[in-house]
Ligand binder design. Structure first.
Ligand SMILES: Nc1ncnc2c1ncn2[C@@H]1O[C@H](COP(=O)(O)OP(=O)(O)OP(=O)(O)O)[C@@H](O)[C@H]1O
Ligand SMILES: [Mg+2]
Length: 562
């Protein structure tokens, strides 16, 4: 099959006066595939990605174990993380990875949904392409249908008070139900709600939430219920000198981005010392310089130093003598957080340090967590600076707990920012599909086929949930369709009981923002992939996989059932 042309030598279009010589347009080694072949291989690659992560969708979804090139193991059911850890090569597959990442950045949840849905849209598109429906017609149909679906979603969404703790907790529990299968999610959901409400700021009629105010730190050991919110900052850093205090109340913190050492000259200089007296003067001078540093800090009124760089032993000694609690090699990101939290300013030249630059906190203390010493900065001037310290049985548990908390924080934030929710369990997708089918009757021509394809693709969500719970996908689809026809708006898949039920009664709620993002982004990425009819890859990049049966065709990926 002539699906790629090495070197792209174009001969036909060249005018005769050139003498019939082939003209090389692109560099040798460039490969190209176009038309249906390009489309097929792109669709296939994207669908394989979608099929890979489909099994981890929903509360009964399975986890994946990913091993990177260094042998590090990640165990997760989080779509964005799975895709991030997978070393994806194909450009169309990369687009799916990107859409999951964007969804994660925008709303924090729904990353599996968006990829699964986009994969299903492409599957439906493929069926239409086989019936000779032109890609642009499909793209137009998908656009109309996704606009309509967004409209339906916002119509059926329920308005809630933005700070309704009960509802926020339900939303957090739904997001975590798919990650941590333990009773601890109740506790962690409360914690996420508490954290977000603490950082939420009222701005006119709406709330603003800067999630960057919340730092999530993790430390293996203890149990998940020992996870807690700290009013301030916690870092895995110890106090540098044993002679220093381990606890300072009413801390005045100098934030330094400069090494507390005597700087070495850049040029190599040589000092000739001819007598022991000279040697002593030299050393005394060095000591004096270092003492000056400690004096300068003490004179500014600081009783705590957070230094981004290194600190000479002698400076540590002088600081200890002055009872100044000092921490060194603090991460740059932590320095920024410290500055924001304590109201201090990061000083890059010690000479500039004044009392105005000092940050303030009620307490700075070193405490032991597991085997390591941690420094806690609590009761900061800015009460919005929070740290969630995640504990758990093992490294892997803590990692997955961190991701669950991330999702929970994000969904709670989504609702606080935009207080609208829908029930979950595939109910909103089913309702949208059912209304889209009704509406599609009003569209004429082939675009209608695409719109109907979109509606069917939406049904992949409840079907995937049902499959993961071992239910029969056909029975579930039939029952769901019938119940939605009857007006049961929130009929969805109760995965724990294995039956179709009203998801609102089961308190399974999700932010409208997540559902909207999923529909919008999946439709966009599917359309983008469909519009490509020519893939020109330069010599360096590897050519995308060929059509089914060709090299690189993933066997499993093509055999999706619905
Ligand atoms: N108790 C439940 N019963 C039925 N469905 C549920 C329940 N809890 C959550 N769900 C559904 O599970 C789906 C979410 O699954 P999951 O969290 O695995 O994927 P995601 O949110 O799309 O991606 P990710 O969380 O990996 O970013 C949603 O459709 C949600 O409605
Ligand atoms: Mg989720």
């Amino acid at each position: 099959m002539p699906r790629s042309e090495e070197g792209l030598i174009l001969t036909q279009a060249i005018p005769a006066q050139i003498g019939g010589q082939p003209v090389l347009i692109l560099r040798e080694g460039t490969s190209r595939s176009r038309g249906r072949d390009a489309q097929r291989s792109n669709i296939m690659a994207a669908r394989i990605i979608s099929d890979v992560i489909k099994s981890s969708f929903g509360p009964k979804g399975m986890d994946k174990m990913l091993v990177d090139t260094l042998g590090d193991v990640t165990i997760t059911g989080d779509g964005a993380t799975i895709l991030k850890e997978m070393d994806v090569e194909h450009p169309a597959a990369k687009m799916m990875v990107e859409v999951a990442k964007t969804t994660d950045d925008e709303v924090g949840d729904g990353t599996t949904s968006v990829v699964v849905f986009a994969g299903q849209l492409l599957k439906k598109a493929e069926e239409l392409l086989d019936k000779n429906v032109h890609p642009t017609v499909i793209v137009d149909g998908y656009k109309l249908a996704s606009d309509r679906a967004l409209k339906v979603l916002s119509e059926i969404a329920i308005d809630v008070p933005p700070t309704d703790r009960k509802m926020l907790k339900k939303v957090a529990m739904t997001a975590m139900a798919t990650k941590l299968v333990t009773e601890d999610k109740d506790y962690l959901a409360d914690l996420a709600v508490e954290a977000i409400l603490k950082v939420a700021e009222k701005d006119g009629d709406v709330y603003k939430v800067d999630i960057d105010n919340i730092e999530v730190e993790k430390k293996a050991g203890g149990s998940l219920v020992e996870t807690k919110v700290i009013q301030g900052i916690a870092m895995e850093k110890e106090v540098v000198h044993p002679g220093m205090p381990k606890r300072i109340e009413n801390a005045k913190i100098a934030l330094l981005n400069t090494a507390l050492e005597v700087e070495k000259t850049e040029i190599s200089a040589e000092i000739r010392i001819t007598s022991p007296g000279q040697m002593k003067t030299f050393l005394d001078e060095e000591e004096r310089l270092m003492k000056d540093m400690a004096d300068k800090i003490a004179d500014a009124g600081a009783n705590v130093v957070m230094c981004q760089k290194g600190i000479d032993d002698l400076v540590q000694h002088f600081l200890a003598k002055k009872n100044i609690l000092t921490v060194r090699r603090v991460k740059e990101s932590s320095m920024d957080k410290l500055a924001k939290a304590t109201g201090g300013r990061v000083v890059t030249n010690l000479k500039d340090l004044t009392d105005k630059d000092l940050g303030k906190a009620k307490l700075v203390e070193e405490r032991k967590l597991g085997d390591e010493e941690w420094t806690f900065i609590e009761g900061c001037v800015n009460p919005k600076a929070l740290t969630i310290l995640v504990r758990g049985g093992s490294e892997k548990v803590v990692d997955e707990a961190e991701r669950s908390i991330h999702d929970a924080l994000c969904v709670v934030r989504d609702v606080v920012r935009r207080p609208k929710v829908v029930a979950g369990g595939g109910a909103p997708e089913m309702e949208a599909a059912s209304r889209l089918r009704e509406w599609a009757g009003s569209i004429s021509g082939r675009v209608q086929l695409a719109a109907l394809g979109f509606a069917e693709a939406l049904e992949v969500m409840p079907i995937a949930l049902a499959e993961s719970a071992g239910m029969d996908p056909i029975d579930v689809t039939v029952e769901l369709r019938a119940r939605h026809e009857k007006g049961e708006r929130w009929a969805g898949v109760n995965v724990s009981e294995g039956k179709v039920e009203d998801m609102a009664k089961l308190d399974v709620y999700e932010p409208l923002a997540v559902k909207e993002q999923v529909v919008r982004s999946a439709a966009e990425v599917a359309s983008m992939i469909l519009r490509i009819d020519d893939v020109i890859a330069s010599g360096k990049a590897r050519m995308p996989a060929g059509p089914p049966g060709g090299p690189g065709a993933g066997e499993e990926g093509l055999e999706s059932e619905y």
